[in-house]
Design a protein around this ligand. Structure first.
Ligand SMILES: *[C@@H]1O[C@H](CO)[C@@H](O)[C@H](O)[C@H]1NC(C)=O
Ligand SMILES: *[C@@H]1O[C@H](CO)[C@@H](O)[C@H](O)[C@H]1NC(C)=O
Ligand SMILES: *[C@@H]1O[C@H](CO)[C@@H](O)[C@H](O)[C@H]1NC(C)=O
Ligand SMILES: *[C@@H]1O[C@H](CO)[C@@H](O)[C@H](O)[C@H]1NC(C)=O
Ligand SMILES: *[C@@H]1O[C@H](CO)[C@@H](O)[C@H](O)[C@H]1NC(C)=O
Ligand SMILES: *[C@@H]1O[C@H](CO)[C@@H](O)[C@H](O)[C@H]1NC(C)=O
Ligand SMILES: *[C@@H]1O[C@H](CO)[C@@H](O)[C@H](O)[C@H]1NC(C)=O
Length: 381
């Protein structure tokens, strides 16, 4: 029997040779040449990881985004807000109360305020009243009580730039899908010395990291990005600054736009879709407005997806979640049945999910591009 140490020597030698002449065995992700990266898939609906793998790990943290990459996300979705000192951060709520341990930081006890947000007075601890340094002293926690609490207190709030770095460091091409969140509120509360607006800072940050190019251009495929926003004036404002693809987010049927106060019926009309087609590549509606729900059962689907497609607009609805209480009865507690309905019956071009891993498995089983490139669904427009 050969002593294990002797077996080890040739193996070590091979490892050294390999290390010198081929790609390193454990390459640092950011050191990979572009050509070595698996490209973004563009033939089946996009798997958009809503706030990262937020079903498992506290939303919009490095860990949540890294898990989403492992699980097969095409795009990492996040919300962008600003700190008091004008640093853009990856964070959903304008308040810290529900997703951080701010309550335990007694040094900030007098920092609670009441501000009007989207027409409602909200009391809490607002991100716009904290510097980045102060926010970094907090830790995030799970928003929902029925989800895994084990990571509470582990992770920090991250900046827009840190979020971008996670995507750029992935060993395959992973897109980003950041939202210009609450622009009316942010521009009211945060001012930049150079006179620029929140939206300008947002676009500047993307450009600084090399994001550019229109949908499906060579530049875009290297660093894919969708910019999302629910404020029409913000989208128009940035459309003068970049041709990066933009998605117009659409809220519930009874909510008006935060800046222009337009109604749901107005912004989903053919006339309006025809207008926005000039500067956005798609819409991001709440799924229950595409197929209304009553008593937790689906009603007849509206024609919104067909009309958007007729205007050459993609449709990326939000938000798909595995848990029972989010699954309408028609899907008999099976998230795959929900994906099957939305992909194959309604025909959406991508969707926002809290459970990227589940959606990825569904897509691998139903549209296995890795095994047969040409059997995938119709190319996305
Ligand atoms: C705050 O501290 C209390 C007791 O020290 C602890 O039980 C609780 O989990 C903490 N809350 C957060 C959000 O960290
Ligand atoms: C902030 O908290 C303090 C102490 O609980 C309370 O007295 C005050 O009314 C709060 N301020 C606002 C704006 O809610
Ligand atoms: C919010 O509170 C302020 C001050 O109390 C009040 O003037 C304003 O009307 C309130 N706004 C809403 C939307 O309730
Ligand atoms: C915390 O979440 C609850 C439930 O969604 C919401 O009603 C409340 O306004 C949130 N609190 C703050 C301060 O944002
Ligand atoms: C975009 O640029 C055009 C031409 O420079 C200008 O007329 C228009 O007002 C700008 N629109 C916005 C929303 O900034
Ligand atoms: C919109 O309508 C839904 C369902 O009728 C209701 O639950 C929700 O609170 C309404 N939202 C607003 C902002 O009025
Ligand atoms: C691959 O897809 C093509 C086109 O849909 C089909 O004709 C072919 O049979 C598929 N091959 C396999 C092995 O599934």
């Amino acid at each position: 029997m050969t002593p294990p140490s002797l077996l080890f020597v040739p193996l070590l030698f091979l490892l050294l040779i390999g290390g010198c002449f081929a790609r390193p065995f454990y390459p640092l992700p950011s050191k990979l040449a572009d050509s070595d990266r698996q490209p973004l898939q563009t033939t089946r609906p996009y798997n958009i990881a809503h706030r990262g793998a937020s079903g498992e790990i506290p939303e919009e943290t490095v860990a949540a985004f890294m898990r989403a990459i492992e699980e097969g996300a095409d795009f990492l979705e996040t919300d962008i807000l600003s700190t008091k000192d004008g640093v853009l951060i990856s964070f959903h709520d304008v308040t810290l109360d529900n997703t951080t341990n701010i309550a335990n930081h007694t040094e900030f006890a007098n920092r609670n305020r009441t501000y009007e947000v989207l027409g409602v007075n909200v009391t809490g601890f607002f991100v716009v009243d904290f510097t980045l340094k102060e926010l970094k002293s907090l830790r995030v926690k799970q928003r929902l009580t029925f989800r895994d609490q084990q990571y509470n207190g582990e992770f920090s709030i991250i900046t827009f730039e840190e979020y971008i770095s996670v995507a750029l460091d992935a060993t395959r091409v992973v897109g980003i899908y950041p939202e210009i969140k609450n622009p009316v509120f942010i521009n009211q509360h945060v001012k930049w010395a150079d006179g620029k607006r929140f939206e300008d800072k947002f676009v500047d940050t993307l450009k600084k990291y090399g994001y550019k190019g229109s949908y499906m251009s060579e530049d875009w495929l290297k660093q894919p990005v969708f910019i999302q926003c629910s404020a029409p004036t913000s989208l128009l404002h940035i459309s003068n600054q970049t041709d990066m693809p933009k998605i117009f987010l659409i809220d519930d049927v009874n909510v008006t736009t935060q800046d222009t106060k337009q109604s749901y019926s107005e912004i989903t009309s053919d006339k309006y879709l025809k207008f926005i087609r000039n500067y956005v590549v798609g819409i991001g509606p709440w799924k229950d407005t595409i197929v209304p729900v009553e008593n937790n059962y689906l009603m007849t689907a509206t024609d919104l997806v067909a009309r958007a497609h007729a205007h050459d607009l993609q449709v990326h609805p939000y938000t798909y979640r595995n848990e029972n209480m989010y699954l309408h009865f028609n899907f008999h507690q099976d998230p795959y049945a929900e994906y099957d309905y939305w992909i194959n019956k309604i025909g959406v071009d991508g969707l926002f999910t809290d459970f990227t891993g589940s959606f990825h498995k569904f897509l691998e089983w139903t549209y296995p591009i890795s095994k047969n490139e040409s059997s995938a669904s119709e190319p996305l427009h």
